[in-house]
Design a protein around this ligand. Structure first.
Ligand code: SF4
Length: 390
């Protein structure tokens, strides 16, 4: 049931919280994308000012004292003109970033210039996530991407030459028309640059997107086996899988995303941003900012016309399972017991026993995790857990 954010006061539970800033602007719209972003940049400066104001107010209102990770995503954050991006980065530099905080910014290859890399290098940013998706011009055409392979290769070359921070590359697999060899070729090109981290997503045809109107999700146009074999190739190449779609060199996992999967508190600012905070009474509180620039600018309250939602009881447990079992490390028994006051093996005993017996889940003593075969069936595992919870 929706509840006012005023029920949520500054709390010790949120004293350490991450920050996500949503920049809802892109230079063009990709045919598979259902993220909130617009290509009309006329409100950019006003929206950025409001986002900065909302961020400062959230930090103050919710009593956030330390920010261990920052993630500027979108949209395409680097579609901001450099003076506006500079303004945002300077503001972030004034925030109570924790010691050794991880600060990531997403970028698209066509926006990479030496001036941009210099600006990022002079700021608190220390991790760059580049949306490559594929190095094949045919595949990029299917995805309706703005840039071609030559631009992507040039961008990575510039980053490798001038950027000292961590680098993550995003790739997509199981794209209509893509063969296993095409996806493996994309991976080989990506790892030839030795990025610290690679996200390999399996294409999802999101309802309402132009791509979904061309391809039937139930037809053979999407071949999941391409993703499975591509993921194997990444692991053989030294990138250890630590989450359903994420692979990293040792010590280079995304700390920000790991906090999402552990349901640790974070604020999300900007139009379309989402916050998840602890309510101080054993539950979660979610605030979803309105995905509409004019409404975002017009609203006068602290949360900019956002929708709010309480996540308590079984809903909280289910969300914890849904996020936690995405990680190859699974769920630490002690974390679960500390959060819910009960053992995970008491909450979903039959599901755990069944999946262990079938050789799809592993109990290490300290944690419960799905293995490689189990992760392929994650949705079925969650359905089993849900029916046991009810
Ligand atoms: S660049 Fe990213 S956010 Fe922008 S339209 Fe393409 S997929 Fe969506």
């Amino acid at each position: 049931m929706p509840k006012s954010y005023t029920a949520l006061k500054a709390s010790e539970n949120n004293a350490e919280a991450s920050l996500y800033i949503h920049i809802p602007f892109c230079n063009s719209k990709c045919s598979y994308c259902d993220f909130f972003s617009v290509t009309d940049h006329s409100l950019m400066a006003k929206v950025l000012d409001r986002t900065v104001e909302q961020t400062a107010r959230f930090i103050d209102y919710f009593g956030i004292k330390s920010i261990p990770t920052v993630y500027i995503g979108g949209g395409t954050p680097t579609s901001l003109p450099l003076p506006l991006l500079d303004k945002l980065l300077s503001f972030i530099g004034t925030l109570p970033l924790g010691e050794g905080s991880e600060c990531t910014i997403e970028a698209n290859p066509e926006t990479i210039t030496i001036d941009l890399i210099r600006l990022l290098s002079d700021s608190c940013m220390n991790r760059l996530s580049l949306g490559i998706q594929s190095f094949s011009d045919t595949t990029l055409g299917t995805l309706g991407r703005h840039c071609n392979s030559a631009t992507a290769l040039k961008a990575i070359g510039l980053v490798k030459e001038h950027w000292q921070g961590q680098l993550s590359l995003d790739l997509i697999s199981s794209i209509p028309g893509q063969e296993v060899s095409d996806s493996i070729a994309d991976i080989d090109t990506a790892i030839s640059f030795r990025p610290d981290h690679i996200s390999l997503y399996s294409l999802t045809l999101e309802e309402g997107t132009p791509l979904a109107q061309h391809y039937d999700p139930d037809s053979q146009s999407i071949d999941d086996n391409v993703w499975i074999l591509a993921a194997d190739h990444l692991e053989i190449s030294g990138y250890r899988r630590y989450e359903v779609s994420n692979f990293a060199l040792p010590g280079c996992q995304s700390r920000h995303n790991t906090r999402y999967w552990k349901l640790l508190p974070y604020i999300g600012t900007g139009a379309g941003g989402v916050s998840t905070l602890h309510d101080g009474k054993g539950g979660l509180f979610r605030i979803s900012n309105v995905p509409d620039l004019e409404k975002y600018l017009e609203s006068t309250d602290l949360i900019c016309g956002a929708e709010t939602e309480e996540i308590i009881g079984k809903s909280y447990i289910f969300e914890y399972l849904m996020m936690g079992f995405r990680m190859t490390a699974g769920i630490a028994k002690s974390d679960f017991a500390k959060t819910f006051g009960r053992e995970i093996t008491e909450v979903i005993p039959e599901t755990i026993a069944d999946w262990k017996n079938r050789g799809l889940a592993v109990d290490t003593g300290d944690s419960i995790a799905l293995n490689k075969g189990g992760l392929l069936l994650l949705n079925q595992f969650l359905l089993d857990a849900l029916s046991e919870l009810e």
